[in-house]
Design a protein around this ligand. Sequence first.
Ligand code: B4P
Length: 192
Amino acid sequence: MIGIIFGPPGSGKGTQAARLEKDLGIHHLSTGDILRGEVAKGTPLGKEVGRIMAAGDLVPDGLIVDVVRSRLPDAEQGVGALLDGFPRTVAQARALDSMLSDEGHRVNFIVALDVPEELLVDRLLHRAQVEGRTDDTREVIAERMREYHKLTEAVLDHYRKQGVRIHEVDGTGSPDEVFDRIHAAISGISSR
Ligand code: B4P
């Protein structure tokens, strides 16, 4: 089973994906976490993407597709994968589709979190105080929102046209409340 957790920056993708990983028994694959790990380790990939991420821009499609291609088989081994932060462009979605179809798989469901932009900005500015992420400044958040509207939103239409089940979920309220809504929306889906 392959699922995608989708939404703008700060919508709670990472927060909810960690819970869904346990609930559904599928592996959580976060491209943001992978890239931040590479930056922290100072690997050649990390050096290449660090400045792009700090500016709030998307890293090049080819680069992130290679990252996912190398990790997806391990992640989905027998249990399936929940993709968080990927695909973020239609080109990435097409690359994912072809990776999956090579193995006889497809995207099975999408959870799309809906949160008003003012609340997204508040959450990310709050995270900046707690975690100090370089891409959580007001200016960089604005750039991430622009990239989301310009490049990422279209990914939903790509999958809608394919007839993939898209569960649109209200992402406001506490993490527990959001999780309960997601749980209700996708009840019946389980890889166990
Ligand atoms: P990500 O790590 O995916 O960043 P994000 O969109 O902010 O999501 P995140 O999971 O961290 O936030 P969440 O909504 O859970 O990407 C970072 C960067 O990496 C990108 O800008 C890009 O440069 C690069 N990148 C990653 N993938 C890429 C790709 N495929 N292609 C190109 N570039 C890529 O949570 C945000 C905050 O809200 C947290 O502090 C959380 O605690 C809080 N929160 C969550 N739910 C809440 C709730 N219900 N109430 C209150 N607070 C809540």
